[in-house]
Ligand binder design. Structure first.
Ligand code: 5GP
Length: 191
């Protein structure tokens, strides 16, 4: 519990970003572990990012994860760090026009308009004897639109999303309700 408070305090809130009325959770201070917050709670030499990745390693080291799929772009930071610690593979899920090889994609609706996530068609081809087991990771779930589309994309690409993991869940938006219909959801911090 003290660790969760520590992590939560390492996230900075930016008012009116990227639009007026939005309070953006800035995770760069968690990555860089802002000194002001480390002084708040005596945590020896523990740093927020290490604390978080250690926690995720504990949770996922026994779950037989073949791939970690990270959502552009902050999902890459946590996903790549975790994949390296678990000695497993990392797959990027990206916005259109970024991936160089043949892609498959999934559209999802925003408040105004649509967006799309893409993955390489052969992203999970290293595992051939069984359905690849994929952990999806992103920094934050808000409405859940991005993550739900990403889970659908993983399934379309022939793999199984065994869990969707978020560092922060904005629970008041109930964005995890939809995604829970297709996979299990784990959030480290709920605000
Ligand atoms: P959703 O599709 O769930 O509404 O939005 C989640 C996506 O938007 C995630 O990829 C996440 O990185 C980004 N996002 C939305 N709001 C925030 C925020 O307050 N802080 C951060 N770090 N990311 C956000």
């Amino acid at each position: 519990e003290a660790d969760k408070i520590y992590l939560l305090n390492s996230v900075r809130e930016i008012e009116d970003f990227p639009k007026p009325g939005i309070k953006f959770k800035d995770i760069t201070t968690l990555l860089g572990d802002a000194k002001a917050f480390t002084l708040l709670i005596d945590h020896g030499d523990a740093k927020a990012f290490t604390l978080l990745i250690d926690h995720l390693v504990d949770r996922y080291s026994t779950m037989k994860i073949d791939y970690i799929a990270g959502i552009e772009s902050r999902g890459f930071i946590f996903g790549a760090a975790l994949a390296a610690r678990l000695k497993t593979r990392f797959v990027p899920i990206r916005k259109p026009g970024k991936l160089p090889y043949t892609t498959i994609s999934e559209k999802y609706s925003l408040e105004y308009g649509v967006d799309e996530v893409c993955i390489h068609i052969d992203a999970f081809s290293a595992i051939t004897t069984s359905k690849p087991r994929v952990l999806l990771i992103d920094d934050l779930i808000a409405t859940g639109g991005t993550a739900t589309a990403a889970v659908n994309l993983i399934n379309k690409a022939g793999a199984e999303c065994v869990e969707a993991c978020f560092v922060i869940n904005l629970t008041f938006l109930q964005g995890d309700l939809d995604i829970k219909k297709t996979t299990s959801v784990y959030s480290v911090l709920e605000v």
